[in-house]
Design a protein around this ligand. Structure first.
Ligand code: UD1
Length: 421
């Protein structure tokens, strides 16, 4: 198992390319199940979750091929199996999204229930109710979702009690091939939903309103292949912006877009970080002096839960106190004890955390617990006195590409060590 060694205290300067979005790329790959294809995706991030999804889609029978390297994939072909097994679904929750497309294309799916995960219980009831409203028959048995639509799916009106990203995506994909019109009310409005709808429309779907909270899908007989480029990763972009905010410096985040992340940019500015939109990306400038702020995670366009841990690390060295309330996941403060071991002063009560800014953090041996939490520990390491050792970086490799290369290119002292060596 690899670990990182990080020596704190370097200002960051230069350019960091923002990769394709994990949270969009994975879903666009799944969308390829809806047609013979091929769907040619470019700007695919080179991360472990994408490799896991490639293996799942291959197991389902699709041909998944690289076109000039891992960043461009060709996906398509006939479905040979309708089962997403436990070992893959428990490793990567996005696997649950094959349910809707399999039902829509071949009228059958067997997908393992994902179970809980480090950040909370994460049920899938809204996915299932939505698909039932489109005519699917669903039976939960032996830890699996067995779903059937022998006569195909038919359009319906679905009102989501919460704008779940995953449920919106599952229903949206299924509805593209359903007979008649589907309306998804209180749908998620995340930019990744719009990216998925745009890709599906490029494949011949008829979707409108994907950014509005009410999505209309007019079912079509079949979808076809298309070329599509994955949107830039707004979370990766925000994460590096926090890094520069903390260390001080001047970095251009190439490909970063203001429109996808207004809540994050507002919070960065409030904390004292300068963010400017330039032709080729977002420029982040900071003198390393930060002010405490209050944040609450919310569905888009609110402040994203996927940026909570990184802001917590950043605010731990701000002047004054901050509060963060996590409303999306009930157990997403796993990074707090590790940050406190590095000298942060954070206390939690239920879903809220109070962060009392300290002047400096000190290096320690720390352990990654989930994808975003791992990065909060890298951020702390970048400003801590001494050498931080972060183990279990496989959590990080799931969703951030070439972290050590991107940070080192801007002057950070971070290196990966392979434990076996
Ligand atoms: C969530 C985030 C998404 C993030 C991803 C990975 C939100 C709204 N969604 O997406 O931005 O990229 O995690 O960190 O911030 N829920 C149910 N029943 C369901 C589905 C969800 O009760 O069937 C609840 C969950 O328990 C949770 C909330 O809804 O409290 C958010 O779920 P959802 O948006 O579906 O989660 P993800 O799709 O994983």
């Amino acid at each position: 198992m690899d670990y990182f060694l990080i020596e704190g205290g370097q200002r960051l300067g230069g350019r960091i390319p923002v990769g394709g979005a994990k949270n969009s790329g994975l879903k666009l790959m799944v969308a390829s199940l809806l047609s013979e294809g091929p769907l040619i995706l470019s700007n695919v991030p080179d991360i472990a979750d994408i490799r896991t999804m490639r293996s799942l889609l291959s197991q389902l029978g699709l041909d998944v091929d690289e076109v000039d390297g891992p960043r461009k994939l060709s996906l398509g072909g006939a479905i040979a199996s309708v089962e997403a097994p436990y070992d893959i679904v428990s490793r990567m929750r996005a696997s649950i999204l094959v349910l809707g497309p399999l039902l829509a294309r071949v009228g059958e799916a067997r997908v393992s229930l994902p179970g809980g995960c480090a950040i909370g219980t994460r049920p899938v009831d809204l996915h299932l109710k939505g698909l039932e409203a489109l005519g699917a028959e669903i039976l939960l048995e032996g830890g699996y979702i067995n779903a059937k639509a022998p006569d195909g799916l038919k359009g319906g009106r679905i009102v989501l009690p919460f704008p779940s990203v995953g449920a919106t995506e599952n229903i949206l994909m299924a509805a593209t091939l359903a007979r008649g019109t589907t309306e998804i009310v209180n749908a998620a409005r995340e930019p990744e939903i719009l990216d998925l709808a745009n890709c599906l429309n490029a494949m011949g779907a008829r979707i409108t309103g994907a950014h509005s909270g009410t999505i209309l899908v007019e079912g079509v007989e079949r979808l076809h292949g298309a070329h599509y480029s994955v949107m830039p990763d707004r979370i990766e972009c925000g994460t590096y912006a926090c890094a520069v905010g903390m260390t001080g410096g001047d970095v251009l985040l190439e490909g970063g877009r203001m429109a996808d992340q207004e809540a994050v940019i507002h919070a960065l500015r409030e904390a004292g970080v300068t963010v400017t939109e330039e032709v080729d990306g977002l420029r982040i400038q900071s003198d390393g002096y930060l002010k405490g702020i209050d944040l609450t995670t919310e569905p888009y366009p609110g402040f994203p839960t996927d940026m909570q841990a990184q802001f917590m690390a950043m605010l731990s060295v701000a002047d004054g106190a901050s509060t963060i309330t996590e409303t999306i996941f009930e157990n997403r403060f796993m990074h707090v004890p590790e940050l406190n071991r590095m000298g942060a002063k954070i206390s939690t009560q239920g879903r809220s955390a109070v962060i009392r800014g300290v002047k400096r953090l000190s290096a320690a041996r720390v352990m990654a617990t989930d994808l975003r939490a791992s990065f909060s520990l890298i951020l702390a390491g970048l400003v801590a006195e001494g050498e931080t050792m972060l183990s279990r970086v496989y959590h990080l490799d799931r969703g951030y590409e070439h972290v050590e290369k991107k940070l080192s290119a801007c002057g950070a002292k971070i290196r990966r060590v392979q434990q076996s060596k």
